[in-house]
Ligand binder design. Structure first.
Ligand SMILES: [Cu+2]
Length: 153
């Protein structure tokens, strides 16, 4: 009884932290965040670092969110001096390495939002990997001036 309670508290903590491995000992997600958009924005960009401690390549192959009707994986590439977003079937997480999803590079495109989001809100997503593991991640919404939050007034 007591043990069960402790376990569920531990699980809640993992869910709350959002950056610890949940279902795979090898894959971990750190620094997840979603860039705040205009108040009526229905498309937002999501970013995180995904690390793979195993000796086999893995790949992010799917993302779902209860808060968005569609989530795609994109890569921003420069074409003719313009940033263009290319949909990706998967994002490889190399063995013993990591992939960084960040503005101007790989990112999650959270589309058809079911409600508005502002800085301080949380976007829940579930990541599916090629290895079959799934991982829930809580992504805090932040203002998007790089990694630093410079307030403009
Ligand atoms: Cu995009």
């Amino acid at each position: 009884m007591k043990n069960t309670l402790l376990k569920s508290i531990g699980l809640s903590l993992v869910m709350f932290m959002g950056s610890l491995p949940a279902y795979s000992a090898d894959i971990s997600v750190t620094e997840p965040w979603v860039r705040e958009g205009p108040p009526a924005a229905r498309v937002l960009g999501g970013f995180m670092t995904i690390s793979n401690a195993s000796d086999k390549d893995d790949a992010l192959v799917g993302v779902t969110s209860p808060d968005f009707n569609m989530v795609e994986m994109h890569q921003t590439v420069m074409q003719d001096g313009m940033g263009k977003m290319i949909p990706q079937e998967q994002i490889v997480v190399p063995a013993g390495g990591k992939v960084v999803l960040k503005p101007g590079s790989y990112h999650l495109m959270l589309m058809m939002a079911k409600r508005g989001f502002k800085a301080g809100d949380i976007v829940n997503v579930e990541l599916t990997f090629q290895s079959g593991s799934k991982m829930p991640v809580e992504m805090p919404v932040k203002k998007g001036e790089g990694m630093m939050d410079h307030s403009h007034h």
